[in-house]
Design a protein around this ligand. Structure first.
Ligand code: HEM
Length: 485
């Protein structure tokens, strides 16, 4: 009997110790949820966009929630985002990034120097080096498509899933461009990497949240081991990009052993290839379901094609395509921008409010809810409007407002501040090339003319580009006479 009372007592004590936290007057509204320790973790993980929209309606544009033992302050006012992004002294990017690196990639870098890594990367992803990379990427995309065409019975329509198609080619071309690899007629190397990557990516969210069951742990473990083997030579062979060669050298200089270097290669594969394919998919899906948008993009492509090479001139501006891409990203790029609070600090809101946040908590921006899907900023935000980012005269539109203020951040698919995406220009050019090649060489239509763009897999909110929860079936055949119109 005494044992039962003791057990009960310790249970109650544990409950209170795990749940005890009260809001001080200067802190954001606190919502712990009803489940001890877990708090809102289940709802958050199931569909973060839905959960945070509900919390926004309840508490406003700043609040703190408990998620699996952690307190996370969510800020949803884009006019106030700089208060977080510019507070690099007390709000830290790299600690949480390192937690994820370890969980997802089993990667612990000795002497991890994120700033040096970024400097290396920036050197190779701008100017002349970027032009070279774009050229190599373009060649790989074209070669892969030509190889595919050679294997086809041309006049026949082929049925396929658009997501698979849009992920596969840019991934393989991106892998060959950056990581090198054997390029034979069947592209076996890149194809194997892709196959294993898909297994890994399918379980990535659960891996990040440590919610894998034992079977899934085994599957993802095998996929990672296979990928580490396949990436063993990346950065060591001559046809790897100068960037990955320099990165590999940097790892060696910092004392990373061979195994750690391979793990780091997988991290870079994910960072550079994980979002491009899904983005290309959504863009093509929106174009295929919005006739006017497709017509406008094709018309523009037609006007900037170099006739002698049947390629896009990389220097030509394509404002219509750029707007359609921006609109696609507005609807489907949903990264969390997370910072760890190193010292108690204050967040200054644009309207003058001030909120204290505690050391050890996390602060998280979720631009998908605002600015991207905010009806005060974007009229009918759930609709795809290819010309949303164009002015009436066809030039780029950058004026968007909330609460009478002109917004610095009216869409944020690439992150912002010091940790914004380093590969943005390369990513945009790769997607532009891929979409151009598809429209140029393929006749493509929906299997079901009434089909709509699929729903998103809601569990992926927070991890970059979302992915569809079903395939979009298309039919395509290679054109005898390639042309965009
Ligand atoms: C559609 C494609 C892409 C999207 C939507 C995208 C988006 C993003 C976002 C949102 C971040 C910030 C993450 C954060 O704050 O935690 C980021 C970071 C990064 N991206 Fe991209 N990205 C894309 C493609 C690429 C490509 C092609 C590369 C390289 C070739 C690349 C390289 C990086 C790197 C290195 C970082 C880390 C920056 C840092 O740690 O400071 N990304 N990306």
């Amino acid at each position: 009997m005494l044992w039962v009372i003791l057990l009960l007592f310790s249970g109650i004590l544990l409950y209170f110790s795990l749940s005890y936290r009260t809001r001080s007057k200067r802190e954001p509204p606190l919502d712990k949820g009803s489940i001890p320790w877990l708090g809102h973790a289940l709802e958050f993980g199931k569909d973060a966009a839905k959960f945070l929209t509900r919390m926004k309606l309840k508490h406003g544009d700043i609040f703190t929630v408990r998620v699996a033992g952690r307190y996370v302050t969510i800020l949803l006012d884009p006019n106030s985002y700089d208060s977080v992004l510019q507070n690099t002294t007390y709000l830290d990017f790299s600690r949480y990034a390192q937690v994820l690196m370890d969980r997802i990639f089993n990667l612990r870098l000795p002497n991890h120097k994120p700033d040096t890594e970024k400097t290396i990367m920036k050197r190779y992803f701008q100017g002349e080096s970027l032009s070279n990379l774009n050229q190599i990427m373009q060649n790989h995309l074209r070669t892969l498509l030509t190889l595919e065409m050679a294997g086809q019975n041309r006049p026949d329509w082929k049925c396929d899933g658009l997501f698979g198609l849009s992920f596969l080619s840019p991934f393989r071309a991106g892998y060959l461009t950056l990581f090198g690899g054997e390029q034979n007629r069947n592209c076996t190397d890149a194809a194997n990497v892709y196959k294993e990557y898909q297994k890994f990516d399918g379980l990535l969210i659960k891996l990040a949240r440590t919610t894998l069951n034992s079977g899934e742990k085994q599957t993802v473990g095998l996929a990672k081991t296979r990928l580490w083997e396949l990436l063993a030579q990346a950065g060591l062979r001559k046809n790897s990009s100068s960037w990955i060669q320099s990165y590999r050298q940097h790892l060696q200089e910092e004392g990373a052993d061979e195994e750690t270097q391979r793990k780091a290669m997988l991290l870079q594969l994910w960072a550079t290839q994980g979002n491009v394919g899904p983005c290309a998919f959504w863009l093509l899906a929106f174009l295929l379901t919005h006739t006017e948008a497709m017509r406008a993009v094709k018309r523009e492509f037609e006007s900037v094609t170099v006739p002698s090479t049947a390629m896009l001139d990389p220097k030509q501006h394509t404002p219509v395509f750029d707007s359609a891409l921006e609109e696609t990203l507005r609807l489907t790029a949903a990264p969390f921008i997370t910072r760890e609070v190193l010292q108690n600090t204050t967040l200054y809101m644009a309207d003058g409010r001030e909120y204290d946040v505690r050391r050890g908590d996390r602060v998280c921006l979720f631009p998908f809810i605002s600015p991207q899907m905010d009806p005060d900023i974007h009229h009918e935000p759930e609709k795809f409007k290819y010309d949303r980012f164009l002015k009436a005269d066809g030039s780029v539109k950058r004026d968007f407002f909330k609460g009478g203020r002109r917004l610095k951040y009216y869409t944020m698919p690439w992150g912002a501040g010091t940790n914004a995406c380093v590969g943005k220009p390369f990513a945009i050019q790769s997607i532009r090339q891929f979409v151009f090649l598809v429209l140029f060489h393929l006749d493509m239509k929906l299997c079901d003319p009434e089909a709509q763009v699929p729903e998103v897999d809601a569990s992926r909110y927070g991890f970059g580009m979302v992915q569809p929860n079903t395939e979009l079936l298309i039919q395509y055949k290679f054109r005898e006479q390639p042309c965009v119109l």
